[in-house]
Write a protein that binds this ligand. Structure first.
Ligand SMILES: [Zn+2]
Length: 109
């Protein structure tokens, strides 16, 4: 399936470039929207989902990935990742001025 939603193929987290893959078959077999494979520095997102679910799922996997360097007992739990990804998407969606402020470039000011 083509990358119709223009999902990035790489995400830099700290100093590490992670691969982003759109996949469906193996994820659907496990009833997952996405998953993170730390050893391969790869995140996978089910490409057959609507855009809003792909967006939240990629953010969800990014949150898993950014906690990979932490000790096991300091990593975000599945519940914390799910809660934080869902709320960040809602906050950025419902607060465009916050989003613009946070991501503006120096030259835009
Ligand atoms: Zn998860």
């Amino acid at each position: 399936m083509p990358n119709v939603f223009n999902m990035p193929q790489r995400v830099k987290i700290g100093a590490i470039n992670w691969h982003v893959e759109q996949a469906s078959h193996d994820l659907q077999l496990e009833e997952l929207r996405g998953h993170t494979l730390p050893a391969l520095r790869t995140m996978r997102v089910d490409e057959t989902m609507p855009l809003s679910l792909q967006q939240e799922t990629l953010l969800h996997e990014v949150l898993h990935a950014l906690s990979v360097p932490l000790d096991n007992d300091q990593q975000l739990t599945e519940q914390q990742v799910r809660h934080t990804a869902a709320y960040l998407m809602q906050i950025f969606t419902d607060n465009p001025r916050l989003r613009e402020f946070l991501f503006q470039e120096e030259d835009d000011a």
